[in-house]
Design a protein around this ligand. Structure first.
Ligand code: ADP
Length: 262
Protein backbone atom coordinates (compact mmCIF):
# COMPACT_ATOMS: atom_id res chain seq x y z
CA UNK A 1 0.00 0.00 0.00
CA UNK A 2 2.75 2.49 1.00
CA UNK A 3 4.85 1.47 -1.97
CA UNK A 4 1.94 1.96 -4.38
CA UNK A 5 1.09 5.30 -2.80
CA UNK A 6 4.62 6.67 -3.25
CA UNK A 7 4.74 5.35 -6.80
CA UNK A 8 1.48 7.10 -7.65
CA UNK A 9 2.27 10.41 -5.90
CA UNK A 10 3.80 13.11 -8.07
CA UNK A 11 4.02 15.97 -5.58
CA UNK A 12 5.66 14.91 -2.34
CA UNK A 13 6.51 16.96 0.75
CA UNK A 14 9.17 15.43 3.01
CA UNK A 15 9.65 16.68 6.57
CA UNK A 16 12.95 16.05 8.33
CA UNK A 17 12.95 16.08 12.13
CA UNK A 18 15.84 17.43 14.22
CA UNK A 19 16.67 14.01 15.65
CA UNK A 20 17.68 12.52 12.34
CA UNK A 21 19.65 15.57 11.23
CA UNK A 22 22.09 15.34 14.10
CA UNK A 23 24.56 12.59 14.84
CA UNK A 24 25.63 11.41 18.29
CA UNK A 25 28.07 14.29 18.88
CA UNK A 26 25.46 16.94 18.06
CA UNK A 27 26.81 17.88 14.62
CA UNK A 28 24.86 17.87 11.35
CA UNK A 29 24.72 14.29 10.12
CA UNK A 30 26.36 14.66 6.70
CA UNK A 31 26.08 10.94 5.99
CA UNK A 32 22.32 11.15 6.43
CA UNK A 33 22.10 14.18 4.14
CA UNK A 34 24.11 12.44 1.43
CA UNK A 35 21.99 9.31 1.55
CA UNK A 36 18.79 11.39 1.71
CA UNK A 37 19.75 13.53 -1.30
CA UNK A 38 20.64 10.38 -3.28
CA UNK A 39 17.12 9.10 -2.68
CA UNK A 40 15.45 12.43 -3.47
CA UNK A 41 17.41 12.53 -6.72
CA UNK A 42 16.19 9.01 -7.49
CA UNK A 43 12.56 10.11 -6.97
CA UNK A 44 13.05 13.24 -9.10
CA UNK A 45 14.44 11.07 -11.89
CA UNK A 46 11.08 9.31 -11.84
CA UNK A 47 9.33 12.64 -12.53
CA UNK A 48 8.40 13.44 -8.94
CA UNK A 49 8.41 16.94 -7.49
CA UNK A 50 9.80 17.37 -3.98
CA UNK A 51 9.53 20.01 -1.28
CA UNK A 52 11.56 19.57 1.92
CA UNK A 53 10.53 20.95 5.30
CA UNK A 54 13.58 20.79 7.52
CA UNK A 55 14.20 21.39 11.20
CA UNK A 56 17.72 21.38 12.56
CA UNK A 57 18.77 25.05 12.58
CA UNK A 58 19.37 24.97 16.34
CA UNK A 59 21.46 21.81 16.15
CA UNK A 60 23.53 23.35 13.37
CA UNK A 61 23.85 26.52 15.47
CA UNK A 62 25.07 24.64 18.53
CA UNK A 63 27.55 22.78 16.35
CA UNK A 64 28.88 26.15 15.16
CA UNK A 65 28.88 28.10 18.43
CA UNK A 66 29.08 25.38 21.05
CA UNK A 67 29.56 27.74 23.99
CA UNK A 68 25.92 28.88 23.66
CA UNK A 69 24.55 25.39 24.27
CA UNK A 70 23.55 26.16 27.84
CA UNK A 71 21.92 29.53 27.13
CA UNK A 72 18.28 29.08 28.05
CA UNK A 73 17.20 32.62 27.09
CA UNK A 74 14.79 32.37 24.13
CA UNK A 75 16.58 35.21 22.31
CA UNK A 76 19.82 33.25 22.42
CA UNK A 77 17.96 30.24 21.04
CA UNK A 78 16.60 32.40 18.22
CA UNK A 79 20.07 33.82 17.58
CA UNK A 80 21.45 30.29 17.51
CA UNK A 81 18.84 29.32 14.89
CA UNK A 82 19.79 32.35 12.76
CA UNK A 83 23.41 31.16 12.77
CA UNK A 84 22.53 27.50 12.32
CA UNK A 85 20.11 28.10 9.46
CA UNK A 86 23.01 29.21 7.26
CA UNK A 87 25.03 26.11 8.17
CA UNK A 88 22.01 23.89 7.57
CA UNK A 89 21.32 25.30 4.12
CA UNK A 90 25.01 25.10 3.27
CA UNK A 91 24.93 21.39 4.11
CA UNK A 92 21.84 20.83 1.93
CA UNK A 93 23.36 22.92 -0.88
CA UNK A 94 26.51 20.82 -0.91
CA UNK A 95 24.74 17.46 -1.14
CA UNK A 96 22.30 18.51 -3.86
CA UNK A 97 25.06 20.29 -5.77
CA UNK A 98 26.49 16.82 -6.51
CA UNK A 99 23.46 16.34 -8.79
CA UNK A 100 23.41 19.92 -10.14
CA UNK A 101 20.16 20.52 -8.29
CA UNK A 102 19.54 23.98 -6.85
CA UNK A 103 17.83 24.50 -3.52
CA UNK A 104 15.79 27.52 -2.44
CA UNK A 105 15.39 28.62 1.17
CA UNK A 106 11.88 29.59 2.28
CA UNK A 107 11.42 30.75 5.88
CA UNK A 108 7.81 30.91 7.03
CA UNK A 109 5.65 31.33 10.09
CA UNK A 110 2.25 29.75 10.63
CA UNK A 111 0.62 33.19 10.49
CA UNK A 112 1.85 33.63 6.92
CA UNK A 113 -0.62 30.95 5.85
CA UNK A 114 -3.53 32.77 7.49
CA UNK A 115 -3.05 35.96 5.47
CA UNK A 116 -4.59 35.38 1.99
CA UNK A 117 -2.13 37.69 0.27
CA UNK A 118 0.94 36.09 1.87
CA UNK A 119 -0.49 32.61 1.33
CA UNK A 120 -0.84 33.31 -2.38
CA UNK A 121 2.76 34.55 -2.52
CA UNK A 122 3.98 31.39 -0.77
CA UNK A 123 2.04 29.23 -3.21
CA UNK A 124 3.35 31.08 -6.27
CA UNK A 125 6.96 30.92 -5.04
CA UNK A 126 6.72 27.19 -4.35
CA UNK A 127 5.15 26.44 -7.73
CA UNK A 128 7.79 28.52 -9.55
CA UNK A 129 10.73 26.91 -7.73
CA UNK A 130 9.42 23.39 -8.24
CA UNK A 131 8.49 23.97 -11.90
CA UNK A 132 12.08 25.06 -12.49
CA UNK A 133 13.48 21.89 -10.90
CA UNK A 134 14.61 23.66 -7.72
CA UNK A 135 13.95 22.01 -4.34
CA UNK A 136 12.36 24.43 -1.86
CA UNK A 137 13.63 23.86 1.68
CA UNK A 138 11.24 25.30 4.20
CA UNK A 139 11.85 26.05 7.86
CA UNK A 140 10.12 28.10 10.51
CA UNK A 141 11.34 31.70 10.56
CA UNK A 142 12.67 31.49 14.10
CA UNK A 143 13.61 35.17 14.32
CA UNK A 144 9.94 36.07 13.86
CA UNK A 145 8.22 33.18 15.56
CA UNK A 146 9.30 31.15 18.59
CA UNK A 147 6.73 28.37 18.20
CA UNK A 148 9.03 25.89 16.50
CA UNK A 149 11.70 26.36 19.14
CA UNK A 150 9.12 25.90 21.86
CA UNK A 151 6.81 23.20 20.53
CA UNK A 152 8.44 21.78 17.44
CA UNK A 153 5.77 23.02 15.14
CA UNK A 154 7.58 22.23 11.93
CA UNK A 155 5.18 19.28 11.81
CA UNK A 156 2.32 21.75 11.41
CA UNK A 157 4.35 23.78 8.94
CA UNK A 158 4.85 20.63 6.84
CA UNK A 159 1.09 19.98 6.84
CA UNK A 160 0.28 23.60 5.90
CA UNK A 161 2.88 23.45 3.10
CA UNK A 162 1.44 20.19 1.73
CA UNK A 163 -2.04 21.67 1.72
CA UNK A 164 -1.13 25.01 0.13
CA UNK A 165 0.90 23.29 -2.62
CA UNK A 166 -1.84 20.67 -3.23
CA UNK A 167 0.70 17.93 -2.58
CA UNK A 168 -0.26 14.30 -3.16
CA UNK A 169 1.60 12.96 -0.14
CA UNK A 170 3.35 14.10 3.05
CA UNK A 171 6.21 11.92 4.27
CA UNK A 172 7.38 12.71 7.78
CA UNK A 173 10.75 11.39 8.91
CA UNK A 174 11.45 10.94 12.60
CA UNK A 175 13.68 8.53 14.50
CA UNK A 176 11.01 5.85 14.99
CA UNK A 177 9.30 3.51 12.50
CA UNK A 178 5.92 5.19 12.99
CA UNK A 179 3.28 5.61 15.68
CA UNK A 180 3.22 2.97 18.39
CA UNK A 181 0.58 2.15 21.00
CA UNK A 182 3.04 3.54 23.55
CA UNK A 183 6.44 5.30 23.46
CA UNK A 184 8.81 2.75 21.83
CA UNK A 185 11.82 4.40 23.48
CA UNK A 186 10.47 3.48 26.93
CA UNK A 187 8.53 0.27 26.23
CA UNK A 188 10.26 -2.43 24.20
CA UNK A 189 6.96 -4.30 23.76
CA UNK A 190 5.31 -1.29 22.05
CA UNK A 191 3.44 -2.25 18.88
CA UNK A 192 3.76 -0.35 15.60
CA UNK A 193 0.43 0.85 14.19
CA UNK A 194 0.78 0.43 10.43
CA UNK A 195 -2.43 2.00 9.28
CA UNK A 196 -4.50 4.82 10.75
CA UNK A 197 -7.87 5.61 9.24
CA UNK A 198 -8.94 8.22 11.77
CA UNK A 199 -6.15 10.40 13.17
CA UNK A 200 -8.62 12.11 15.53
CA UNK A 201 -9.43 8.84 17.28
CA UNK A 202 -5.82 7.70 17.51
CA UNK A 203 -4.78 10.05 20.32
CA UNK A 204 -7.44 8.48 22.56
CA UNK A 205 -6.17 4.97 21.87
CA UNK A 206 -2.41 5.33 22.33
CA UNK A 207 -0.10 6.43 25.09
CA UNK A 208 1.87 9.54 24.12
CA UNK A 209 5.26 9.67 25.78
CA UNK A 210 7.92 12.34 25.90
CA UNK A 211 9.83 13.51 22.85
CA UNK A 212 13.62 13.48 22.52
CA UNK A 213 16.01 16.16 23.67
CA UNK A 214 16.17 18.08 20.40
CA UNK A 215 12.79 17.07 19.03
CA UNK A 216 10.18 19.19 20.70
CA UNK A 217 6.76 18.42 19.25
CA UNK A 218 6.78 14.70 19.88
CA UNK A 219 4.26 12.36 18.38
CA UNK A 220 1.23 14.56 19.15
CA UNK A 221 2.11 17.27 16.60
CA UNK A 222 2.74 14.56 13.99
CA UNK A 223 -0.74 13.11 14.50
CA UNK A 224 -2.17 16.62 14.29
CA UNK A 225 -0.29 17.16 11.00
CA UNK A 226 -1.79 13.93 9.66
CA UNK A 227 -5.25 15.15 10.60
CA UNK A 228 -4.66 18.45 8.78
CA UNK A 229 -3.58 16.87 5.47
CA UNK A 230 -6.13 14.03 5.75
CA UNK A 231 -8.86 16.66 6.03
CA UNK A 232 -7.95 17.72 2.49
CA UNK A 233 -7.82 14.13 1.27
CA UNK A 234 -4.01 13.86 1.38
CA UNK A 235 -2.34 10.81 2.99
CA UNK A 236 0.67 11.01 5.33
CA UNK A 237 3.42 8.50 6.05
CA UNK A 238 5.43 8.61 9.29
CA UNK A 239 8.67 6.67 8.82
CA UNK A 240 12.12 6.21 10.27
CA UNK A 241 14.46 8.61 8.48
CA UNK A 242 17.42 7.26 10.47
CA UNK A 243 17.40 4.09 8.38
CA UNK A 244 19.64 4.11 5.35
CA UNK A 245 17.78 4.13 2.03
CA UNK A 246 14.43 4.38 3.84
CA UNK A 247 12.66 6.06 0.90
CA UNK A 248 13.83 3.32 -1.43
CA UNK A 249 12.83 0.68 1.13
CA UNK A 250 9.34 2.15 1.43
CA UNK A 251 9.13 2.29 -2.35
CA UNK A 252 10.19 -1.35 -2.61
CA UNK A 253 7.80 -2.39 0.17
CA UNK A 254 10.58 -3.76 2.37
CA UNK A 255 10.25 -1.17 5.17
CA UNK A 256 7.39 -0.65 7.62
CA UNK A 257 5.91 2.71 8.62
CA UNK A 258 2.60 4.25 9.70
CA UNK A 259 0.24 5.29 6.95
CA UNK A 260 -2.44 7.86 7.82
CA UNK A 261 -5.26 7.61 5.31
CA UNK A 262 -7.91 10.28 4.75
P1 ADP B 1 11.33 14.79 15.52
O1 ADP B 1 12.39 15.66 16.10
O2 ADP B 1 11.86 13.73 14.59
O3 ADP B 1 10.21 15.57 14.89
P2 ADP B 1 10.17 14.16 18.15
O4 ADP B 1 11.25 13.82 19.10
O5 ADP B 1 9.51 15.48 18.24
O6 ADP B 1 10.67 13.88 16.67
O7 ADP B 1 9.00 13.06 18.26
C1 ADP B 1 9.25 11.68 18.04
C2 ADP B 1 9.43 10.96 19.39
O8 ADP B 1 8.18 10.83 20.05
C3 ADP B 1 9.91 9.53 19.26
O9 ADP B 1 11.31 9.45 19.14
C4 ADP B 1 9.42 8.87 20.56
O10 ADP B 1 10.43 8.85 21.54
C5 ADP B 1 8.32 9.81 21.04
N1 ADP B 1 7.03 9.13 21.28
C6 ADP B 1 6.26 9.29 22.37
N2 ADP B 1 5.15 8.53 22.30
C7 ADP B 1 5.19 7.86 21.12
C8 ADP B 1 4.30 6.90 20.48
N3 ADP B 1 3.13 6.50 21.02
N4 ADP B 1 4.67 6.43 19.26
C9 ADP B 1 5.83 6.84 18.68
N5 ADP B 1 6.70 7.72 19.25
C10 ADP B 1 6.39 8.24 20.45
Amino acid sequence: MISKLIQESRKIVIKIGSNILSNDNGMINKKFLENFSDQVYHLMQQGKQIIIVSSGARIAGVATIGKWIRKEDIHYKQALCAIGQVELMDAYRKVFNRYDIHIGQVLLTKDDFLDPHRALNIRNTLFTLVDEGVIPIINENDSVSVEEIQIGDNDTLAALTTNIWNGNLLIMFSDIDGVYDKNPKKHCEAQLIERVQNADDLTKKIEIGEANSFGTGGIATKIEAARMVNDLGIPMILANGKKEDILLGLLAGTEKATLFLP
